[in-house]
Design a protein around this ligand. Structure first.
Ligand SMILES: *Cc1c(COP(=O)(O)O)cnc(C)c1O
Length: 392
């Protein structure tokens, strides 16, 4: 059997390997603390599950769904964009349902990326931007996100030759893995950059609702004229605890949406209609419910940040996302430190380098376990003498 050479150029998705290692330890009866996996730990809300029950009892949902998504879903997504960001999008031509963002991210490449093209990706960043580039035989250009720049890329550092050959540019704020957030000013710069070089600006807004305190994450489509050159990816996975349901939407530039639709109509058959109806209930989630969930994540963030600060880490509480991004102690690489936490403390964290070269020197903690587990993790670190300023 001959496996396509492109498959040898990528590795198995990071979390797949880490998960099987974790499962092995759990099967051995080890008390593992998993601070690695970025999936919400709460059940999907009852009102969404109830909408699914109603929808699945209606046999009209059992047929092939329309490729772009049912009208009701696209309309509901457009209304949500209006309510949430004051952004007007046409539900017929500027919104497409996705089977979760990950699928749509890859499928966008099929529409826009050819061998030899450049794709500008955040480093560190969500691994799919990079692997999809490789699978398409194109070149990726990592935009380093540095702490001193607030983890925003410096667009002036992108060589003109690269910008001229680029077809897509990815950003993702609130940002996985650093937890960084951004402002409309930065999005304005990006839109100008996209127009100057004719690069489709792709904003992955998977954490739009996962924000703490008074911070509200802006949409890139709030920038006047953004729809000329930008699209935004929304997902129900994190906002509404619907990671397993596989549903989201992409909105913005008409040509991009239409092209994505053309790809999808050829290779998938749309989101199960019952799930779209359930997601409509998700968009209507009362604000108070969301706030309550955010206060749970925020409290966990505070427990881990205060704990790590107690062990010497220089950290601030996160403003958004399900993650805390922390430097490894001096003398360790990311991989070494993650291995140390696993060997000595049975704690799984994600080594920063798996998100890109600029992630080296960091590790990522996910806020997806109860705060008691976070406290226990800190205690285990202290017992084992793992401090920020001391090599063991
Ligand atoms: C979780 C995540 C996604 C994937 O979302 P799905 O809709 O579940 O596919 C996309 N981008 C980023 C940055 C994420 O963290």
């Amino acid at each position: 059997m001959k496996i396509a050479s492109r498959l040898n150029k990528i590795s198995t998705y990071l979390l797949t390997e880490i998960n099987s290692k974790k499962q092995k330890l759990i099967d051995e009866g080890k008390d593992v603390i998993d601070l690695c996996f970025g999936a919400p730990d709460y059940a999907t809300s009852a009102h969404i599950v109830a909408a699914m029950h109603r929808a699945i009892d209606d046999p009209s949902t059992h047929k092939y769904p329309p490729y772009m998504g049912i009208k009701e879903y696209r309309k509901s997504a457009a209304d949500w964009m209006k309510r949430r960001f004051e952004v007007e999008v046409d539900s017929d031509t500027e919104v497409i349902a996705s089977i979760g963002s990950k699928e749509a991210i890859h499928n966008l490449y099929l529409a826009f990326v050819e061998p030899g093209d450049y794709v500008l990706i955040p480093d560190p960043g969500y691994p799919t931007y990079r692997t999809s580039t490789i699978l398409l035989g194109a070149e990726y250009y990592p935009m380093p996100l540095l702490a001193e720049n607030g983890f925003l890329p410096n667009l002036l550092d992108i060589p003109t030759e690269v910008a001229q050959k680029a077809t897509l540019l990815w950003v993702n704020y609130p940002h996985n893995p650093t937890g960084a957030v951004t402002s409309l000013e930065f999005f304005t710069e990006l839109v100008e950059f996209g127009k100057k070089y004719e690069i489709l600006i792709c904003h992955d807004h998977a954490y739009s609702e996962i924000t703490y305190g008074s911070y509200a994450s802006p949409s890139i489509l709030q920038v006047p004229g953004a729809k000329d050159i930008a699209i935004e990816f929304h997902s129900c996975s994190k906002s509404y605890n619907m990671a397993g349901w596989r549903v989201g939407f992409v909105t913005g530039n008409k040509t991009a949406i239409k092209s994505l639709g053309k790809v999808k109509s050829n290779i998938d058959s749309g989101v199960f209609e019952a799930i779209q109806r359930a997601a409509v209930a998700g968009f209507a989630t009362p604000k108070a419910d969301l706030q309550q969930l955010m206060s749970v994540y925020q409290e966990r963030g505070n427990v881990i940040v205060n704990g790590l600060r107690y062990l010497g880490w220089p950290l601030k509480p996160p403003k958004a996302t399900l993650y805390v991004w922390a430097p490894v102690p001096l003398g360790y690489t990311s991989t070494e430190f993650a291995a140390l936490l696993l060997d000595k403390c049975m704690i799984f964290v994600a080594p920063g380098n798996v998100y890109g070269e600029a992630g080296e020197g960091f590790f990522r903690i996910a806020l997806t376990v109860p705060k008691e587990q976070m406290q226990k993790a800190i205690e285990r670190m202290e017992v084992n003498g793992i401090y920020y300023n001391k090599k063991n």
